[in-house]
Design a protein around this ligand. Structure first.
Ligand code: F6R
Length: 234
Protein backbone atom coordinates (compact mmCIF):
# COMPACT_ATOMS: atom_id res chain seq x y z
CA UNK A 1 0.00 0.00 0.00
CA UNK A 2 1.51 3.29 -1.08
CA UNK A 3 0.48 6.41 0.87
CA UNK A 4 0.80 9.83 -0.78
CA UNK A 5 0.18 12.90 1.37
CA UNK A 6 -0.51 16.11 -0.53
CA UNK A 7 -0.81 19.75 0.50
CA UNK A 8 -4.53 19.92 -0.25
CA UNK A 9 -7.28 18.19 -2.15
CA UNK A 10 -6.58 19.98 -5.42
CA UNK A 11 -3.05 18.57 -5.41
CA UNK A 12 -4.45 15.16 -4.45
CA UNK A 13 -6.94 15.20 -7.32
CA UNK A 14 -4.16 16.17 -9.74
CA UNK A 15 -2.01 13.31 -8.43
CA UNK A 16 -4.91 10.84 -8.80
CA UNK A 17 -5.49 12.10 -12.33
CA UNK A 18 -1.84 11.63 -13.28
CA UNK A 19 -1.87 8.04 -11.91
CA UNK A 20 -5.07 7.36 -13.84
CA UNK A 21 -3.54 8.73 -17.03
CA UNK A 22 -0.50 6.50 -16.50
CA UNK A 23 -2.77 3.45 -16.10
CA UNK A 24 -4.68 4.38 -19.27
CA UNK A 25 -1.41 4.90 -21.17
CA UNK A 26 -0.46 1.38 -20.06
CA UNK A 27 -3.69 -0.11 -21.40
CA UNK A 28 -6.35 0.39 -18.71
CA UNK A 29 -9.79 0.64 -20.32
CA UNK A 30 -12.20 -0.16 -17.47
CA UNK A 31 -12.45 2.35 -14.64
CA UNK A 32 -14.27 1.60 -11.39
CA UNK A 33 -15.79 4.88 -10.23
CA UNK A 34 -17.18 6.30 -6.99
CA UNK A 35 -19.58 9.10 -6.14
CA UNK A 36 -19.62 11.42 -3.11
CA UNK A 37 -17.67 14.60 -2.55
CA UNK A 38 -14.20 13.02 -2.65
CA UNK A 39 -13.78 12.21 -6.37
CA UNK A 40 -15.35 15.44 -7.67
CA UNK A 41 -11.93 17.15 -8.00
CA UNK A 42 -10.61 14.18 -9.97
CA UNK A 43 -13.65 14.26 -12.27
CA UNK A 44 -13.09 18.01 -12.74
CA UNK A 45 -9.47 17.28 -13.73
CA UNK A 46 -10.63 14.66 -16.25
CA UNK A 47 -13.24 17.03 -17.71
CA UNK A 48 -10.75 19.90 -18.01
CA UNK A 49 -8.19 17.68 -19.72
CA UNK A 50 -7.68 16.48 -23.26
CA UNK A 51 -8.14 12.87 -22.12
CA UNK A 52 -10.21 10.95 -24.63
CA UNK A 53 -12.63 8.73 -22.69
CA UNK A 54 -14.55 7.45 -25.73
CA UNK A 55 -12.85 4.05 -25.56
CA UNK A 56 -13.24 3.70 -21.78
CA UNK A 57 -15.83 1.76 -19.81
CA UNK A 58 -16.99 3.01 -16.41
CA UNK A 59 -18.34 0.68 -13.74
CA UNK A 60 -19.74 2.43 -10.68
CA UNK A 61 -19.58 1.11 -7.15
CA UNK A 62 -23.09 1.62 -5.94
CA UNK A 63 -26.57 3.13 -6.15
CA UNK A 64 -29.39 3.76 -3.70
CA UNK A 65 -32.39 1.45 -3.88
CA UNK A 66 -35.69 3.06 -4.87
CA UNK A 67 -34.33 6.20 -6.51
CA UNK A 68 -34.85 6.94 -10.21
CA UNK A 69 -31.86 7.91 -12.39
CA UNK A 70 -33.54 11.28 -12.92
CA UNK A 71 -33.61 11.97 -9.15
CA UNK A 72 -30.88 14.58 -8.50
CA UNK A 73 -29.70 12.53 -5.49
CA UNK A 74 -29.23 9.35 -7.51
CA UNK A 75 -25.71 8.23 -8.29
CA UNK A 76 -26.76 7.94 -11.96
CA UNK A 77 -27.53 11.65 -11.90
CA UNK A 78 -24.31 12.45 -10.02
CA UNK A 79 -22.14 10.66 -12.58
CA UNK A 80 -23.93 12.28 -15.50
CA UNK A 81 -23.57 15.73 -13.94
CA UNK A 82 -19.92 15.48 -12.87
CA UNK A 83 -18.42 13.35 -15.63
CA UNK A 84 -20.39 11.60 -18.35
CA UNK A 85 -22.20 14.67 -19.70
CA UNK A 86 -18.85 16.41 -20.21
CA UNK A 87 -16.63 13.43 -21.11
CA UNK A 88 -18.56 10.75 -22.96
CA UNK A 89 -17.41 7.22 -22.16
CA UNK A 90 -17.84 4.25 -24.48
CA UNK A 91 -20.24 2.75 -21.93
CA UNK A 92 -21.06 3.06 -18.27
CA UNK A 93 -22.68 0.77 -15.72
CA UNK A 94 -24.35 1.63 -12.41
CA UNK A 95 -26.55 -0.78 -10.41
CA UNK A 96 -30.24 -0.35 -11.27
CA UNK A 97 -31.66 1.24 -8.12
CA UNK A 98 -35.16 1.28 -9.57
CA UNK A 99 -35.28 -2.53 -9.66
CA UNK A 100 -36.32 -3.81 -6.22
CA UNK A 101 -35.67 -7.39 -7.29
CA UNK A 102 -32.28 -7.60 -5.58
CA UNK A 103 -31.44 -11.05 -6.94
CA UNK A 104 -31.86 -9.76 -10.49
CA UNK A 105 -29.78 -6.60 -9.93
CA UNK A 106 -27.04 -8.59 -8.20
CA UNK A 107 -26.83 -11.22 -10.95
CA UNK A 108 -26.77 -8.53 -13.66
CA UNK A 109 -24.06 -6.53 -11.93
CA UNK A 110 -21.86 -9.51 -11.16
CA UNK A 111 -22.09 -10.30 -14.88
CA UNK A 112 -21.09 -6.71 -15.74
CA UNK A 113 -18.04 -7.13 -13.50
CA UNK A 114 -17.18 -10.50 -15.01
CA UNK A 115 -17.43 -9.04 -18.53
CA UNK A 116 -15.54 -5.85 -17.65
CA UNK A 117 -12.77 -6.58 -15.12
CA UNK A 118 -11.77 -3.30 -13.50
CA UNK A 119 -8.33 -1.97 -14.31
CA UNK A 120 -8.30 1.07 -12.02
CA UNK A 121 -10.74 1.51 -9.14
CA UNK A 122 -11.34 4.94 -7.61
CA UNK A 123 -12.54 4.90 -3.99
CA UNK A 124 -13.58 7.31 -1.26
CA UNK A 125 -13.87 6.16 2.35
CA UNK A 126 -16.58 6.61 4.96
CA UNK A 127 -15.82 7.89 8.44
CA UNK A 128 -16.47 4.33 9.66
CA UNK A 129 -14.03 2.92 7.10
CA UNK A 130 -16.62 1.81 4.56
CA UNK A 131 -15.74 1.47 0.89
CA UNK A 132 -18.55 1.47 -1.62
CA UNK A 133 -21.48 0.85 0.70
CA UNK A 134 -19.65 -2.02 2.40
CA UNK A 135 -20.25 -1.15 6.01
CA UNK A 136 -18.13 -2.50 8.92
CA UNK A 137 -18.62 -6.25 9.27
CA UNK A 138 -19.01 -6.95 5.55
CA UNK A 139 -17.06 -10.09 4.61
CA UNK A 140 -13.90 -9.41 2.61
CA UNK A 141 -15.01 -11.89 -0.08
CA UNK A 142 -18.42 -10.27 -0.65
CA UNK A 143 -19.63 -9.71 -4.21
CA UNK A 144 -22.43 -7.35 -5.32
CA UNK A 145 -25.16 -7.23 -2.68
CA UNK A 146 -27.96 -5.14 -1.20
CA UNK A 147 -27.14 -3.33 2.03
CA UNK A 148 -29.02 -1.68 4.83
CA UNK A 149 -27.20 1.63 5.38
CA UNK A 150 -26.00 2.32 8.91
CA UNK A 151 -27.26 5.29 10.89
CA UNK A 152 -23.84 6.95 10.60
CA UNK A 153 -23.77 6.64 6.79
CA UNK A 154 -27.34 7.94 6.53
CA UNK A 155 -26.37 10.87 8.77
CA UNK A 156 -23.23 11.58 6.67
CA UNK A 157 -25.19 11.44 3.40
CA UNK A 158 -28.05 13.57 4.73
CA UNK A 159 -26.14 16.67 3.61
CA UNK A 160 -27.10 15.86 0.03
CA UNK A 161 -30.83 15.57 0.87
CA UNK A 162 -33.45 17.99 2.18
CA UNK A 163 -33.69 15.98 5.42
CA UNK A 164 -32.23 12.75 6.90
CA UNK A 165 -35.68 11.14 6.48
CA UNK A 166 -35.26 11.42 2.70
CA UNK A 167 -31.98 9.48 2.61
CA UNK A 168 -32.73 6.00 1.26
CA UNK A 169 -32.08 3.24 3.80
CA UNK A 170 -30.86 0.65 1.28
CA UNK A 171 -28.34 0.50 -1.54
CA UNK A 172 -26.84 -1.92 -4.02
CA UNK A 173 -23.07 -2.07 -3.86
CA UNK A 174 -20.15 -3.91 -5.33
CA UNK A 175 -18.72 -6.14 -2.63
CA UNK A 176 -15.29 -5.91 -1.07
CA UNK A 177 -14.26 -9.01 -3.02
CA UNK A 178 -15.35 -7.34 -6.27
CA UNK A 179 -13.40 -4.16 -5.42
CA UNK A 180 -10.28 -6.17 -4.56
CA UNK A 181 -10.28 -7.70 -8.06
CA UNK A 182 -9.24 -4.33 -9.55
CA UNK A 183 -5.66 -4.27 -10.79
CA UNK A 184 -4.97 -0.87 -9.23
CA UNK A 185 -6.97 0.81 -6.47
CA UNK A 186 -6.72 4.54 -5.77
CA UNK A 187 -8.41 5.60 -2.52
CA UNK A 188 -8.66 9.31 -1.75
CA UNK A 189 -9.66 10.99 1.51
CA UNK A 190 -9.74 14.62 2.56
CA UNK A 191 -10.31 16.40 5.83
CA UNK A 192 -9.86 15.72 9.51
CA UNK A 193 -13.18 13.87 9.72
CA UNK A 194 -11.52 11.06 7.71
CA UNK A 195 -8.31 10.96 9.82
CA UNK A 196 -9.39 8.14 12.16
CA UNK A 197 -10.63 5.97 9.29
CA UNK A 198 -7.37 6.54 7.38
CA UNK A 199 -5.23 5.68 10.42
CA UNK A 200 -7.23 2.47 10.95
CA UNK A 201 -6.96 1.64 7.23
CA UNK A 202 -3.23 2.21 6.94
CA UNK A 203 -1.81 1.45 10.39
CA UNK A 204 -4.51 -0.70 11.96
CA UNK A 205 -5.30 -4.38 11.97
CA UNK A 206 -6.71 -5.87 8.76
CA UNK A 207 -10.26 -6.53 9.91
CA UNK A 208 -13.80 -6.47 8.49
CA UNK A 209 -14.54 -3.98 11.29
CA UNK A 210 -12.63 -1.49 9.09
CA UNK A 211 -13.55 -2.48 5.52
CA UNK A 212 -10.84 -0.32 3.89
CA UNK A 213 -8.12 -2.07 5.93
CA UNK A 214 -8.39 -4.92 3.40
CA UNK A 215 -6.43 -2.66 1.03
CA UNK A 216 -3.28 -3.50 3.04
CA UNK A 217 -3.51 -6.92 1.35
CA UNK A 218 -3.96 -5.56 -2.20
CA UNK A 219 -0.82 -5.78 -4.38
CA UNK A 220 -1.31 -2.31 -5.92
CA UNK A 221 -3.26 0.11 -3.73
CA UNK A 222 -2.51 3.84 -3.58
CA UNK A 223 -3.90 6.05 -0.81
CA UNK A 224 -3.90 9.77 -1.65
CA UNK A 225 -4.79 12.04 1.27
CA UNK A 226 -4.46 15.64 2.34
CA UNK A 227 -2.65 16.65 5.54
CA UNK A 228 -5.74 16.75 7.81
CA UNK A 229 -6.74 13.23 6.70
CA UNK A 230 -3.15 12.12 7.42
CA UNK A 231 -3.07 13.72 10.87
CA UNK A 232 -3.59 10.51 12.87
CA UNK A 233 -1.14 8.33 10.93
CA UNK A 234 1.64 6.80 12.96
C1 F6R B 1 -19.72 6.44 -3.09
C2 F6R B 1 -19.19 5.48 -2.13
C3 F6R B 1 -18.88 5.83 -0.71
C4 F6R B 1 -18.12 7.14 -0.56
C5 F6R B 1 -17.87 7.45 0.92
C6 F6R B 1 -17.20 8.79 1.10
O1 F6R B 1 -19.91 5.84 -4.36
O2 F6R B 1 -19.01 4.38 -2.52
O3 F6R B 1 -18.15 4.79 -0.13
O4 F6R B 1 -16.91 7.06 -1.25
O5 F6R B 1 -19.08 7.43 1.61
O6 F6R B 1 -18.08 9.80 0.71
P1 F6R B 1 -17.58 11.30 0.53
O7 F6R B 1 -16.63 11.29 -0.58
O8 F6R B 1 -18.83 12.09 0.19
O9 F6R B 1 -16.96 11.69 1.83
Amino acid sequence: MQVIITENKIAASKKAFSLLQQDIAQGATVLGLATGSTPVGLYDEICASELDCSALTAVNLDEYVGIAPTNPQSYHHFMHQHLFSKKPFKQSFIPDGTNRNADEVIAEYNQVLADHPIDTQILGIGQNGHIGFNEPGTPFDSQTHKVQLTASTIAANARFFASPAEVPSEAYTMGIGSIMQAKHIILMAFGEQKAAAIAATVDGEVTPAVPASVLQTHPNATIIIDRPAASQLR
